[in-house]
Ligand binder design. Structure first.
Ligand code: SAM
Length: 200
């Protein structure tokens, strides 16, 4: 069984006001770039405690939350009754598991840097989307490694935007665009976050 890197973080995850604020701003960026409607089935990859998906839920029909961490999934499950859409939580490692479901959109916040082979993950995303399905993937620009103060299973200290976009292109995504989403502000540093959008 894979280690739950977030076991000791989950309960206090939303006590960090800077984090809540950052993911709130990512959600605003997602809502700005995606045309959502109440018929749509969305997947949130690396959903955590649901900070992103709770802002998206009122605008879609159903969200499938995918996260490997049972402690993070438990925090999300506690929010279920107050979300604005149907919620399915799948506790799987999407870097390994195969999922035969198809979605109209895939969103993700701050999870791709936990994935070793991002080409394989973009290929998976492409397979899991219906025709014209959309992606909105937010993550860190290249940083110096100081963003994470403890080991939560990090494979990338952020991404070069051109490389990230090119990886999505190689997976078959079209109409790709990458732009600044927001800044993660800490007491002693700031980190830039981008959002990549495109469609199948
Ligand atoms: C930094 S947290 C982000 C959570 C949430 N999206 C947010 O922005 O607050 C990354 C999440 O991705 C999950 N995760 C990392 N690798 C994963 C994998 N291979 N499959 C599924 N979930 C994964 C972690 O368990 C964690 O909950």
């Amino acid at each position: 069984m894979k280690k739950d890197y977030f076991q000791h973080k989950a309960e206090n995850y939303e006590q960090d006001k800077n984090r809540v604020n950052t993911v709130g701003n990512i959600a605003k960026a997602v809502l700005k770039v995606l045309k959502l409607d109440k018929t749509m089935q969305i997947m949130d990859f690396g959903s955590g405690t649901g900070l992103l998906l709770e802002k998206i839920a009122p605008f879609v029909d159903r969200i499938t939350a995918i996260d490997i961490s049972s402690s993070m999934n438990k925090m999300l499950d506690d929010k279920r009754d107050n979300l604005g859409c149907e919620l399915e939580i799948l506790e799987i490692d999407l870097a390994k598991a195969r999922l035969d479901q198809k979605f109209d959109g895939i969103i993700s916040s701050m999870t791709m840097h936990h994935i070793e082979d991002i080409q394989k993950m973009f290929n998976n995303f492409h397979t899991m989307l219906n025709d014209n399905g959309v992606i909105a993937i937010a993550d860190l620009d290249i940083e110096d490694g100081s963003f994470h103060t403890e080991d939560t299973g990090i494979f990338h200290f952020g991404f070069d935007r051109e490389m990230f976009l090119d990886t999505a292109k190689k997976a078959g995504f079209k109409n790709l665009n990458i732009s600044s989403a927001c800044t993660a502000v800490r007491a002693d540093a700031e980190y830039q976050i981008f959002i990549l959008t495109g469609n199948k």
